[in-house]
Design a protein around this ligand. Structure first.
Ligand code: NAP
Length: 239
């Protein structure tokens, strides 16, 4: 399958990107309904993709060195972020969590091979850090961006220093919006499920500073997986 072959060649593309920049190649990926929703209600999970596209997502996970979600997704979905539907290594889980709201009972603390990396801001409480480290997580502190949240450029530099050459960003809405806002996406892979949901929009339009600042994709491929349509492309940041 074309997209799966693409995932296998990702290592070469990521290495070519990492060498000059020192930053990981970033794949932004999520599943949405036909009407552009990623969840039915704020803070609640919704299974959108079919089994075949889930397997594609797991193959993508296995091809990336790290996988990132925001704390909103951890609180809503309690994800494992592991590779289960295909053979392959688990990527390093990375969580954006300025205030260390990460729950001590989260499934990510039971990860089979990797302690989650939790990225907090300098002001997060030291006792929260101690409790999470005691539970097996690794906490990093990074500066906040001017409009709040973790500074994503500093994040990618940190991941580069840790040897992470490719990063898969899986959501949720705030995190997807931030990565697009800061133009830090190298490829986009969107699974479109044939359902109307009317729920949480994939882009948080309140937090989009530049009208017209979102990209058109180039080198676009389309693939049907089960009942879903998967669209892949590279954002054109030059316009
Ligand atoms: N369909 C899909 O593919 C998919 C995938 C993933 C999630 N989801 C859904 O998405 C929903 C969660 O989305 P969400 O928007 O509420 O949460 P989110 O994007 O997962 O996390 C947002 C939180 O991350 C923290 N954060 C730290 N630095 C940030 C930065 N630079 N940019 C953005 N956020 C940053 C902020 O909390 P602090 O200020 O406390 O740090 C922010 O409130 C859930 O319903 C989940 O089911 C769907």
């Amino acid at each position: 399958m074309e997209l799966l072959e693409d995932a296998a060649s990702l290592v070469a593309r990521a290495t070519a990107h990492f060498r000059p920049s020192g930053r990981p190649y970033v794949t932004l990926t999520y599943a949405q309904s036909l009407d552009g929703a990623i969840a039915a209600r704020p803070g609640h999970p919704l299974a959108l993709s079919c089994r075949d596209s889930q397997a594609m997502t797991h193959a993508l996970r296995a091809a990336h060195a790290a996988i990132l979600v925001g704390i909103g997704t951890v609180l809503a979905d309690d994800p494992s972020l592991t590779v289960r539907l295909v053979e392959g290594p688990h990527p390093q889980p990375v969580i954006l969590d300025s205030r260390l709201r990460f729950p001590p009972f989260a499934k990510l603390l039971q990860h089979p091979t990797r302690a989650p990396w939790i990225i907090a801001s300098p002001g997060a409480k030291a006792e929260r850090q101690a409790a999470l480290e005691h539970a097996g997580a690794l906490v990093y502190r990074l500066p906040a961006a001017s409009n709040g949240g973790i500074d994503l450029v500093a994040l990618l530099q940190l991941l580069g220093r840790e040897g992470i050459t490719s990063l898969m960003v899986e959501g949720g809405a705030q995190v997807i919006t931030s990565f697009l806002n800061y133009r830090l996406v190298d490829q986009l892979i969107v699974t479109i499920a044939p359902v109307l949901v009317g729920g949480v929009r994939v882009l948080d339009v309140q937090n989009l500073p530049r009208p017209g600042g979102l990209p058109r994709l180039s080198n676009v491929t389309y693939q049907r997986l089960g009942v879903d349509l998967v669209v892949r492309g590279e954002p054109d940041w030059t316009v």
